[in-house]
Design a protein around this ligand. Structure first.
Ligand SMILES: [Zn+2]
Length: 130
């Protein structure tokens, strides 16, 4: 495979790539964060409703959806307060926090909003479970 890529690069006068990976992290340089955020935006998480099988919240024993995790589950109330404070400060105006405000923020504040979402996922233990 590497030989083929090297040949292609030489034939087309391109710099030879030593890392054949074409994956570019869009939302975070940290792969785990980028993967989690991408999955949430695409609605292909391992949470209920995005997944092919039923997923229950271990605390509440009801469907563990994106909305349950981020906005309802009492287990994550403390982390939710931190997330809300950070996101409201980033938006700098009255705001209803919902899936779109977390996952589709305006480009000017997107890096800040994403940092708060990543922190929420880390603090709740969901970064690698999404
Ligand atoms: Zn719950």
């Amino acid at each position: 495979m590497m030989r083929c890529i090297a040949d292609y690069c030489a034939d087309h006068n391109l710099p030879i790539l030593t890392n054949p990976s074409h994956k570019i992290n869009i939302y975070s340089p940290i792969k785990r964060e980028d993967r989690a955020y991408s999955r949430m935006r695409l609605r292909v998480t391992r949470l209920h409703g995005d997944y092919y099988k039923t997923v229950l919240c271990p605390q509440c024993n009801i469907h563990n959806t994106f909305e349950h995790l981020f906005f309802i589950c009492p287990k994550h109330a403390e982390q939710r307060l931190e997330l809300s404070a950070g996101v409201i400060a980033a938006y700098k105006n009255p705001l209803i926090i919902n899936r779109d405000s977390l996952l589709m923020p305006p480009s000017g504040i997107a890096p800040v909003v994403r940092l708060h979402v990543f922190k929420f996922l880390r603090d709740t233990g969901y970064l690698d479970k999404i």
